[in-house]
Design a protein around this ligand. Sequence first.
Ligand SMILES: [Zn+2]
Length: 290
Amino acid sequence: MVGARLLSFDVEHWYDATLASKPASAQPEYARREIDAVLELLAARGVRATFFVLGGLARQLPASVRDIAAAGHEVGCHGLTHELLFELGEARMRREVGAARSILQELSGQEVVGYRAPTWSLDRRSAWAPRVLHELGFRYDSSVFPLRTPFYGVPGAPVGPYRLKAGDGWLLELPPAVREVLGVRVPLAGGIYWRVLPAALVTLGLRGMQLPVLYAHPWEVAPAGWSLPSGSGALARFGMGFRGRQLGPVLGRLLRTGSFQPLGDALRDLDGSALPAWGFQDGRIAQLPH
Ligand SMILES: [Zn+2]
């Protein structure tokens, strides 16, 4: 669809976030309520999206995965745990992401073809990951953040959709929305950026972008009453708490401004063979001959 935005949610517990210190005991009830709130928000607007779900959370909250699928949304895979890819390593990634994909397929009744790495951890340190995803049956990825941040990012990567070399095959890569303005890359994709930037700037910046990929976490859209453990550092308090109650309204406003669809729809709408081809080689991402 012309002008559509690709909307996604990374479905995890608040304490799965890289910055969070873990609470003494698991608290799956919070995530269940947060997912319910997001489903309600989308239903009220008639919007369909992609939910990249952690396999570990799916085991704890199988009914929530069924609810997501029953509401007409796409179920994608966010891994089994929230461990970063380059810490997981190739062999464990193959085993764990494969297991998560099976769990999610069984619960959703969908073929799961989309993947998002925990904390955008697909970069030069995990250059083998596209091949693993292709071998496991994924058809698209949305994990390469085209901007260097203190925690993640591949600064030379394209800001629009492209084909990503994956062993002897290809993945469609759908990077999170980053807009180049006068040579500076500005992240407009969601999450912390939507909490830090003025909502009007985000709306304006997204205008005219081709299939911008947006993301948010249920724990920041509709936080269900959890609180960071006492003694959490300033970085965690900022990264997880800054305007922590305001992403719901920002998202609600954005949902009134245009049309939205799940990321998987791009497999149908884009002509993959016409997209530029890129791949990780020699420790960096580079454009490949067509
Ligand atoms: Zn995540």
